[in-house]
Design a protein around this ligand. Structure first.
Ligand code: TMP
Ligand code: ASP
Length: 222
């Protein structure tokens, strides 16, 4: 993140560095910064068109984007459509179960505590957000899911689950912030269930760059 002359705007610069498991695993995914920057911007613009306010202002280059400055609500908001990852592990079920309704969960953004799972009452008790803010975040997250799920299906991709972060503008307005990319979503090919996201890095599945390139191709047709 870089400051600009305008105190309400900052520049995000996307790198190829990758981490997993609270930074225990480190690596580089060549070209990832470009894919994540461009994909995140494309989706944020689509969400804006669908009435979801975001931090996006302008793509400046392949790796840099101008965004509204926010103070981040310290919650990771996770929506799931299909069982995978920590959900499958926590509840002892296989990956790939289609849910009748999407689920929502919160984690407290705190690396020292390893981002513990919490419910909205815990978030309220700790003063992380107000009741109104939590309600806004919940309804925005489900709306985002509907828009993204339908969009990715047209690209032959199942949106398994994803993580969102929200921020407050100077006037208190809640907007979608952070990024939406193969780092923060699970994408499975709709036909083969092949993983096209960061799980290839997390789980050492190989062809990590290929998965990011494939998602770039599906989104931008190149
Ligand atoms: P999980 O199944 O490991 O809880 O992950 C759920 C979703 O959240 C998945 O799409 C990956 C994303 N995620 C992040 O964006 N950042 C994280 O630190 C973690 C653990 C998951
Ligand atoms: N937040 C995780 C880490 O840096 C990344 C992930 O698993 O997506 O450890």
């Amino acid at each position: 993140m870089y400051a600009t002359d305008d105190e309400n705007l900052v520049i995000v610069s996307y790198k190829d560095d990758a981490t997993a498991f609270d930074g225990l695993k480190k690596g580089t995914i060549t070209g990832k910064g470009v894919v994540n920057n461009r994909m995140s911007n494309r989706i944020m613009q689509m969400l804006e068109e669908n009435g979801v306010p975001t931090h996006f202002v302008k793509e400046l280059s392949e790796r840099e984007t101008l965004v509204k400055k926010v103070s981040i609500v310290p919650l990771e908001v996770i929506i799931r459509n299909i069982s995978a990852g920590s959900f499958a592990k926590r509840f002892g079920v296989e990956e790939g179960i289609d849910f009748a309704e999407p689920t929502i969960e919160f984690s407290y953004k705190n690396d020292d505590l390893h981002d513990p799972l919490m419910n909205s009452y815990h978030a309220l008790a700790l003063g992380l957000a107000t009741k109104e803010e939590i309600n806004t975040i919940k309804s925005m997250a489900f709306k985002i899911n509907e828009v993204m799920k339908a969009y990715f299906l047209t690209l032959g991709v199942k949106l398994v689950d994803f993580k969102l972060e929200f921020g407050r503008l100077a006037d208190g307005t809640i907007v979608l912030a952070d990024e939406i990319s193969p780092d923060t979503c699970r994408f499975w090919d709709a036909e083969t269930n092949e993983k096209l996201d960061k799980d290839r890095f997390r789980r050492d599945l190989g062809n990590v760059e290929g998965a990011y390139a494939e998602m770039q191709k599906r989104v931008f047709g190149e």
